[in-house]
Design a protein. Structure first.
Length: 627
């Protein structure tokens, strides 16, 4: 297991230092991108820390990852990964800066509260200055719902927000107690009280999480992240109080790509080189500004292109980060599909590189019999990915809601080469394609089209759904099939359900994508054990697919699930729930949205793509049981 040292010591606006005897805090290397990447809260050994943005990283201690295709699509010059460290790190082991957050702590013994400043840090876990007891972080923090800022709950102001006399109104002391009421009928947060030891002002936490609770006591956003200097008065976003361990404190925005072989004759992508230039963002954001001409000339000189091309690329670049990332992801998937198609077109060879080795295998043996004929007609090809390399990149994060603005992973000044944090993982996988002609006929059926339009309308109306590709019948079918197949494979492939991931290739048109990849990618040896590839061989995959289809034809929540008019966030699922389709959200590209198993199994109104195959399998099983 590759670990990586982190350090919460020192001021965030200058390089962090490690004091002699400081306690080392470590986490897995892959977790520095997600879930404990920039802006995320890490609870470790009773402490609560938040990762600073990459402008605070000691870049000389990071390592460069190479993924040319991914770098070009994202418009960055470099991808870098944190340094991995040994199991027993020394005091000089390199680490990344994490800020203590929340900075308000309370003593478990005497219940005194204390706000930790940078000069209070000793390098080890904090202890109470009054009784020497252990200090633990307060449970609640404040997040902005639009721009993604975060700050401590202003506990002194909260304790004094309901004064009973002039002394309490004038009190500015931070000497507080965090108490639990006893002897009265208090429940929930109302039983927790913050009290001033000087003026005895107090207030319970019953109304703390109520909407606009801080606005009522004139608290405004400080316009910064915890590791930055406050910028008072610069932000008017709405503030909400949440628990520091809530899943919506940090919603990471990542992009993944498989490392596929480069073309034999690489073609220079001048537009990608322009987007990677350190001055491109300034040109795009202000194309008519006073410095625009000078910046364009710098790009022309460094890249060797014409000024007209630079301006055209800047004008055509999406200004919406979500649309920009969606276009990049669609391009990455298209490239990967072509790499798999090359293997399908050359079935006698094992193609690829040391990080992408694939081969074609039959879905069924020639003597499989007529019982599986309908299933054979529905499936196209099977490609075994014996070796895969996945690169995962963190762009930024959002807070509170996926509709909020994305906070960039790099909050440093512009004017330098842009890079992003990334981690690489190695694994294996199985690609299953559907028969293109049969799929094309099915997706044109009126009932199928109308059912897909329901989810597409909801996707367009949702701020979250706008980040995903169009909800076509093809995409909904392949996405739902990937989920039910992953749930079934988890019983036999030797990996946990959370270790499996999906990639859905569903773009119609010239590329005619019609496949799904189920793969595993881990930062250690677990990702390449061979169990998933073995399950892709005939006749195992056919048996697994039949079992998955039969499981999808019935859900423990039926008939409610089957007849559902909308489930999940924004009702962007139809017949799909935890009993039949949903998987770990870390395994799904679309956050368990745009799912409908009726597209697979069918019902009285909508013919499912595999409806005939399921009926044939059920008939065969009945005949065998009766014979």
């Amino acid at each position: 297991m590759a670990d990586h040292a982190i350090d919460a010591i020192g001021r965030p606006h200058r390089p962090c230092h490690r004091q002699w005897g400081a306690t080392m805090r470590t986490t897995r290397l892959s977790q520095t991108v997600s879930p404990f990447g920039v802006g995320a809260v890490l609870d470790i050994l009773g402490e609560s820390l938040m990762a600073a943005d990459i402008s605070q990283w000691p870049i000389e201690q990071t390592y460069r990852l190479t993924s040319r295709r991914l770098q070009e699509r994202l418009g960055v010059a470099e991808l870098r990964t944190p340094p991995s460290v040994p199991s027993f790190p020394a005091k000089n082991t390199p680490g990344l800066p994490y800020e203590r957050f929340p900075s308000w702590l309370f003593c478990q013994d005497c219940r005194r509260m204390h706000r930790m400043r940078h000069h209070d840090e000793t390098g080890g876990p904090p202890v109470c200055g009054h009784c020497g007891g252990p200090m633990v972080p307060m449970r609640f923090i404040v997040v902005g719902t639009e721009r993604g800022h975060a700050m401590d709950v202003p506990w002194r102001r909260w304790a004094h927000s309901e004064p009973t006399d002039q002394e309490q109104r004038r009190c500015k002391v931070d000497d507080l107690l965090f108490l639990t009421r006893t002897g009265i009928a208090s429940e929930g947060l109302a039983s927790l009280v913050v009290r001033c030891t000087t003026c005895k002002a107090e207030r319970d936490l019953g109304d703390l999480t109520v909407r606009d609770s801080l606005r009522r006591i004139s608290v405004r956003c400080d316009g910064a992240q915890p590791w930055q200097r406050p910028n008072q008065g610069s932000c008017n976003e709405r503030l909400e109080v949440v628990q520091r361990g809530a899943t919506n404190v940090t919603l990471s925005d990542t992009t993944t790509a498989l490392d596929i072989p480069e073309p034999e004759t690489p073609v220079r992508d001048e537009e990608a080189e322009i987007r990677q230039h350190k001055n491109f963002e300034d040109v795009r954001s202000s194309p008519t500004g006073p410095l625009a001409d000078a910046l364009v000339q710098l790009i022309v000189r460094d890249v060797g292109v014409s000024p007209d091309l630079v301006r055209r690329v800047a004008a055509s670049a999406p200004t919406d980060p979500d649309q920009e990332m969606k276009a990049a992801r669609e391009g990455l998937l298209a490239d990967e599909w072509q790499a798999f198609r090359q293997a399908i077109d050359n079935p006698a060879e094992t193609l690829g590189t040391p990080t992408f080795r694939v081969s074609v295998t039959p879905f069924l043996e020639p003597d499989a019999g007529d019982a599986l004929a309908a299933l054979r007609a529905s499936v196209g090809h099977v490609v075994l990915a014996h070796r895969l390399r996945e690169v995962r990149v963190l762009h930024g994060f959002r807070r509170y809601d996926l509709g909020a603005d994305m906070v960039d992973a790099d909050l440093g000044p512009r004017g330098r080469a842009r890079w992003l944090p990334a981690v690489e993982s190695f694994g294996e996988g199985v690609l299953l394609t559907l028969d293109e002609s049969r799929l094309a006929d099915w997706e044109r059926l009126d009932a199928v089209v109308e059912r897909a339009r329901v989810l597409e309308r909801r996707r367009r109306d949702s701020l979250v759904g706008s980040r995903f590709a169009e909800a076509t019948p093809r995409l909904i079918l392949l996405h739902s099939l990937a989920h039910v197949l992953m749930r079934q494979l988890a019983f036999s492939c030797g990996y946990s359900a959370a270790s499996l991931r999906e990639r859905v290739y569903a773009a119609a048109g010239a590329t005619q994508e019609s496949g799904l990849l189920i793969y595993t990618a881990a930062g250690d040896a677990e990702g390449t054990l061979g169990g998933l590839v073995r399950q892709g061989e005939a006749p195992r995959l056919a048996r697994t697919l039949v079992a998955a289809l039969e499981a999808a034809s019935w859900c423990s929540s039926d008939p409610l699930c089957r007849g559902s008019r909308g489930q999940g966030m924004g009702s962007m699922n139809l017949a799909a729930c935890h009993g039949c389709c949903l998987i770990s959200e870390t395994s799904c590209e679309r956050g368990n949205l745009l799912l409908d198993r009726i597209m697979i199994v069918g019902d009285d109104r909508t013919p499912g793509y595999f409806q005939e195959a399921i009926q044939a399998a059920q008939l065969t099983a009945a005949l065998r049981a009766g014979g």
